[in-house]
Write a protein that binds this ligand. Structure first.
Ligand code: PRX
Length: 655
């Protein structure tokens, strides 16, 4: 299997037009229609979004002004009053969708549940009432640390219903990482489960919450616990409450709070270039509209679809495209607790067959892992219900794209390669499946309303086939509003990194990209100190801070190394304190230490002990050299600024 190298992507020339039959029935039916929408949105962005806001969403009160842009701060639908939980639930109840499946859930052990819109509404109201009973008020933050069970979505919608911003923490994060997020968000309540199923084992979520709270998260007053795995857990009287106990007495009616369009909907932490994750803030009206419209057009959501996004609700993909986007559209969204595992490598295809999934959305790292497991797994299941495939999270190598197209899509399903980020709220560059001819490895064209460009270090557009930094030049409704509690970091990171001479504010995504002669965008990956391991975003500094918090470590430098399946893997170069000698035991201990500090997703694939790290004369670690070394490549480029050249020889010799 070839690696997702830039070279293989650059050589890709194949073109896949939308199937005629698909295009005829699609929301957006032709490239001409896309171009018209794109032009309309470019000429009159406010008119374009206002029309969609009016036709696609329900508002309690209309806005006075569509856009208020005080760079880099933005407001959409100023003074509009709306509730996203109302748009996801209540408004469907007066239509035939009342008894349509809103969520179909499949547990890893094979148990399952379907909730209609009416049933989901009832449970969301019950949980919202329980939140109120536990003292949660509008504006209070709620931490959600859950397995992939319906109650995760219910908790999010219940927060939205009463105007309590949620911060969902991925269940794979450690107690330490959970604590940091709960502290930063000053969460008042934590919603969790006793445990969750993951690859035939129980993930002890409640135990992690106990540890996080013991380590100090003083604002947390209560913990609401959903029973999932039924193993023994500690329940602290007064603080911890079983959901099934409180649900019994809770009313199934709870009016949705009229929220200001710009009220905070959620905080979601993501990695940046410092050791401290950023709390990305999304607000209500613009996010509701943007996830709704992008989901509808890029996935061509129809009422007959069974739509399955395999992400976890702990990531932005789960927020925007398992919960809010699909439910706002009145779609049927499938949630799956499990993952392909040794005991059942074909489990995803069983789910597709069992529910007749029509739209399937996953990450390139999963596609490559599934490729490795062999075609006989998908080939032995009936996948003919599928009509559209999606991918997200990292550049997809053409070979994986072609496999996905042939083996999973049966050469009949368009593939939407969606480029976007936690910060962007929703898809930014993506094909529209009835309109866009796709090229394997390219996310194709910007969504209508998105003015994407590629610029050089001076912030000036680069022409034609040249590469550069991917930027966005006009605000869009789904964009993040700030870094929670740190407006300055928001301004510096995204808006002041690249400043064109014109002085205009442009959004810097942190990715490198180029555009080909047909105007297709090809996203190449991060150009900052963020690495993308199996589609999970990690800051190198974050992993370094975890390593140096171990008493044996003096210094650490972390880089990404190309990996066949994960896209990138972590290599850590480590120098030790005092007399401590490197050995296998210590290597294991350090890997485990990172798992404890951050979570299993951050476990370094490799630790290389060294006496010294290559530094410039001013003391900056030369990561570029370490990246080449980790990848086993010759060191190219300038090394004249290196303080001590012998360090390189030692590193090459594997000191
Ligand atoms: O590097 C890009 C990569 O994932 C980063 C965003 O990560 P995160 O905020 O965790 O959100 C992931 C899910 C939206 C981007 O800066 N990325 C995401 N989608 C693609 C991608 N790289 C290439 N192609 C994509 N389709």
């Amino acid at each position: 299997m070839s690696q997702p190298t830039i070279e293989s992507i650059l050589q890709e020339k194949r073109l896949f037009p939308p199937p005629t039959e698909f295009a005829q029935k699609a929301h957006i039916k032709s490239i001409e229609e896309y171009k018209q929408l794109y032009e309309k949105a470019k000429t009159d962005p406010e008119g374009f979004w206002a029309e969609l806001a009016e036709t696609e969403l329900d508002w309690f009160q209309k806005w006075d002004k569509v856009l208020d842009w005080q760079p880099p701060f933005v407001k959409w639908f100023v003074n509009g009053k709306i509730n996203i939980s109302y748009n996801c639930l209540d408004r469907h109840l007066t239509t035939w969708r009342r008894n349509k499946a809103a969520l179909i859930w499949e547990g890893e052990p094979g148990d399952s549940r379907t909730l209609t819109y009416a049933q989901l509404h009832r449970e969301v109201c019950q949980m919202a009432n329980v939140f109120k009973q536990l003292g949660v008020k509008k504006g209070d933050r709620v931490g959600i640390y859950m397995p992939m069970i319906p109650e995760a979505a219910i908790a999010m919608l219940a927060c939205a219903r009463i105007g309590a911003p949620h911060t969902v923490v991925f269940g794979g994060f450690s107690a330490e990482a959970l604590k940091d997020r709960l502290v930063d968000a000053e969460a008042k309540l934590v919603v969790t489960a006793d445990g969750g199923w993951r690859k035939d084992a129980i993930v002890p979520l409640k135990e992690q919450v106990d540890k996080a709270l013991a380590a100090g998260a003083p604002t947390v007053e209560n913990v609401l616990v959903v029973k999932r795995t039924a193993q023994q857990i500690q329940m602290e009287p007064g603080r911890d409450h079983w959901w099934h106990d409180l649900q019994k007495g809770a009313s199934g009616e709870c009016p949705a709070e009229p929220m200001d369009s710009e009220d905070m909907l959620f905080i979601l932490y993501t990695s940046g270039t410092t050791g401290k994750p950023k709390g990305v803030v999304h607000t209500t009206g613009g996010y509701n509209l943007y996830t709704h419209v992008t989901n509808k057009w890029a996935f061509d959501l129809q009422d007959t679809d069974v739509y399955w996004c395999t992400a976890d609700v702990g990531w932005i993909t789960g927020h925007s495209y398992i919960v809010y986007g699909p439910l706002s559209n009145g779609a049927t969204s499938l949630m799956y607790e499990g993952a392909p595992r040794a005991s059942n490598p074909g489990c995803l295809w069983d789910v597709v067959e069992k529910y007749g999934v029509t739209i399937f959305y996953t990450a390139p790292t999963a596609i490559r892992a599934l490729m490795k497991m062999g075609e006989h797994h998908p080939n032995s299941r009936n996948l003919t219900s599928l009509r559209l495939l999606g991918t997200v999270g990292e550049p997809i190598n053409p070979e994986a794209w072609i496999w996905y197209n042939r083996v999973i899509g049966g050469d009949r399903c368009p593939i939407v390669d969606t480029w976007w980020q936690t910060e962007t709220g929703g898809f930014m560059i993506t094909p529209l499946p009835g309109a866009t001819s796709t090229k394997p490895g390219s996310a194709t064209f910007p969504f209508p309303g998105i003015i994407a460009d590629i610029v050089n270090q001076e912030g000036e557009s680069v022409d034609g086939n040249n590469g550069g930094y991917l930027v966005v030049k006009h605000p869009w409704p789904g964009m993040m509003r700030t870094v929670y509690g740190d407006d300055d970091r928001f301004r510096r990171t995204y808006w002041e990194y690249l400043r064109p001479k014109s002085g205009e504010y442009i959004y810097f995504a942190g990715d490198g990209a180029h555009r080909d002669e047909d105007g297709y965008f090809w996203v190449m990956g991060r150009v900052d100190d963020v690495i993308n391991v199996a589609g999970h975003r990690l800051g190198t500094m974050e992993v370094e801070s975890a390593l140096v918090s171990h008493p044996a470590v003096a210094e650490a430098a972390v880089v990404g190394k190309p990996d066949e399946v994960k896209g990138e893997d972590i290599v850590a170069f480590v120098t030790l304190e005092g007399e401590r000698e490197p050995d296998e035991v210590l290597e294991k201990e350090l890997k485990q230490h990172v798992v404890q500090e951050i979570g299993a997703i951050a476990r370094p694939g490799e630790i290389r002990f060294t006496e010294d790290l290559p530094k410039t004369r001013s003391g900056k670690i030369m990561r570029r050299l370490l990246r080449s070394l980790a990848a086993g490549q010759e060191i190219a480029g300038d090394t004249s600024t290196l303080q001590d050249r012998s360090v390189l020889d030692k590193l090459r010799g594997g000191a």
